[in-house]
Structure formats: structure tokens, C-alpha cells
Design a protein around this ligand. Structure first.
Ligand code: PTJ
Length: 254
């Protein structure tokens, strides 16, 4: 961390990497999480490292869905906890959605560690740790199948980010709605979620909380209108078109 000069043009990106490396050393993040992050960085580069108009629209639809849901739950993995713990706690409080630890590379030490990070960030309760994750999602064969009966198991909407594809498919099959944050518009998670936010998780969470605050007083009809008029496939198409047009323009300007 001390080796990063304050004048480095990509200082912020390097500091984010440091956060993940630090949390990998504590055991909260798995080494595979660093690989996943690298893939994300690459897509972020192609997207211009900003929240584009299509992502603003999916954030609005996600805020509407969270406000319409009767029991939304925020599913947290190692990367999410390392990158934006305070912001996740704030979102959780704003939409009354419990935080639940759900890991692909699950072990008790990591569950506890991530629970601790979230509690240090202000969470009063964290689900999915230890015997709390005693329910099973039969459709899934990874460790992500272990869920809390007070959380993901009974949720009508699940907010998740930076995931391998299987789980979103399983949750959708169970009739749940899924809001996914994924910089890769081509991932299976992106393709199967009810709402995919193609943007960096670090930028998305505070923006989503702000949008929820702004939309809190809207009528149910208005929120329904916003959610129903959102089409995930069309939004993903827009993100791909955006990348391809941006690349063509950059090629011309070289
Ligand atoms: O903590 P665990 O055990 O649950 O494991 C978490 C990882 C991330 C290792 C696991 O879920 C995994 O292997 O994920 P994948 O299959 O590599 O998918 C991660 C997706 O997140 C990829 O499509 C990346 O492009 C995307 N991604 C990475 N960083 C970000 C991101 N999307 C949004 N914001 C990011 N910062």
C-alpha cells in the first residue's frame, strides 16, 4: 500500500486491489476472488469506468423492486464484504433487507470472518453463519445451497453480486426475483437475473441506496410501472452495443 505513489494515475484502482489483497490475507476473500476481480476490472475498462445510462436505468428498476418486495435479502460473498461493507449495511437498513453470508468456497472460518466485517461496519445481525445456514436449496450443488431459513430461503427478492452462474438460475426457478451486479453482461448470472446492473459493485451500492431514498415516497403503482417497464435483455443489449460503439470510436481516435 505504501508503495503506491499518491500521484499514480490509477491510484484508486490500485487501492481497491489492496483492499482485496488485505482481506485475502485475513481469509475473508479467496484467491479466486482476485481472479474474478481482474475480470471485472477488464470489463470496467471497456465500459469507461463509470455508471452508464443503461446502468442508471437498471439501478432505478432495482430500487423499485426492492421497495415492492415483501422480504428482500442481500446475499454477501467475500469480495462484496471486502469492497463495500459499510455501504452494504446502509443499503440493508434502508430497504429493511437482512444481510446473509453465502459463499461458493464456504468454510466456517470465512463465514465468521465475513460476519465480523459486516458487524464492524454496523450490521446488527448477519444471517447464514454456522448453523443458521441449515436450510438447503435442492436445485444447487455447490456450497451456495446452504441458506438461512430466516433469509434467502424465504426471500422473495435476492440482491447479489460477483457470482458464478448456477445460483441465479436456481433462485429464479424457485420463483424468486434476483437483482445481480455484474460487470460482465455476457455472464450466466447477467443473462438469467431479473435485473442485471452492468456496473462496478463499488459504484452501484451507494447509488442504489440513494435511489431507494429518493423513490421511497412513490406509490406502489408508480413503482410497479417502473419495474414492469424494465426489460433485462434489452438493457444487456444496450450495454453490449455501448461497449462495441465505444471501442469503434476509440479505434478511430488512435
Ligand atoms: O467469496 P466466495 O467464496 O463466494 O467466492 C466469490 C467468487 C467471486 C470467487 C466467485 O463467486 C466466482 O468465482 O465468481 P466468478 O464466476 O469469477 O464471477 C464473478 C463475476 O463478477 C465476473 O463476471 C466478473 O466480471 C464480475 N465482477 C468482478 N468484480 C466486479 C464484478 N462485477 C461488478 N463489480 C465488480 N467490482
Amino acid at each position: 500500500r505504501n508503495l503506491i505513489p499518491s500521484t499514480h494515475p490509477r491510484k484508486d484502482t490500485l487501492l481497491v486491489r489492496e483492499k482485496l489483497v488485505e482481506q485475502m490475507e485475513t481469509g475473508a476473500v479467496v484467491p479466486q476472488g482476485l481472479i474474478a476481480h481482474g475480470r471485472g476490472e477488464c470489463f470496467d475498462y471497456l465500459l469507461g469506468e463509470r455508471t452508464n445510462a443503461f446502468a442508471e436505468r437498471s439501478i432505478e428498476a432495482a430500487a423499485a423492486l426492492l421497495l415492492l418486495s415483501s422480504y428482500p435479502v442481500i446475499s454477501v460473498n467475500g469480495n462484496m464484504a471486502a469492497l463495500a461493507p459499510k455501504e452494504l449495511v446502509e443499503l440493508s437498513k434502508e430497504v429493511h433487507a437482512p444481510l446473509e453470508v453465502n459463499l461458493f468456497y464456504r468454510n466456517e472460518e470465512r463465514e465468521k470472518k465475513i460476519g465480523e466485517i459486516l458487524r464492524d461496519a454496523g450490521a446488527s445481525e448477519v444471517l447464514g453463519v454456522g448453523i443458521d445456514a441449515s436450510e438447503t436449496i435442492q436445485e444447487l450443488f455447490s456450497e451456495r445451497r446452504k441458506v438461512s431459513s430466516r433469509g434467502i430461503y424465504r426471500a422473495d427478492t435476492v440482491f447479489l453480486a460477483m457470482e458464478d452462474g448456477d445460483r441465479t438460475e436456481a433462485l429464479i426457478k424457485l420463483g424468486k426475483k434476483v437483482i445481480a451486479v455484474d460487470l460482465n453482461p455476457l455472464s450466466r448470472t447477467s443473462m438469467t437475473a431479473s435485473i442485471t446492473i452492468v456496473d462496478n459493485f463499488i459504484r452501484v451500492v451507494p447509488k442504489l441506496t440513494t435511489r431507494v431514498k429518493e423513490m421511497k415516497n412513490m406509490s406502489k403503482d408508480e413503482l410497479q410501472r417502473i419495474f414492469q417497464s424494465f426489460n433485462n435483455k434489452d438493457n444487456l443489449k444496450e450495454s453490449l452495443k455501448f461497449i462495441s460503439e465505444r471501442m469503434s470510436q476509440l479505434a478511430l481516435s488512435l
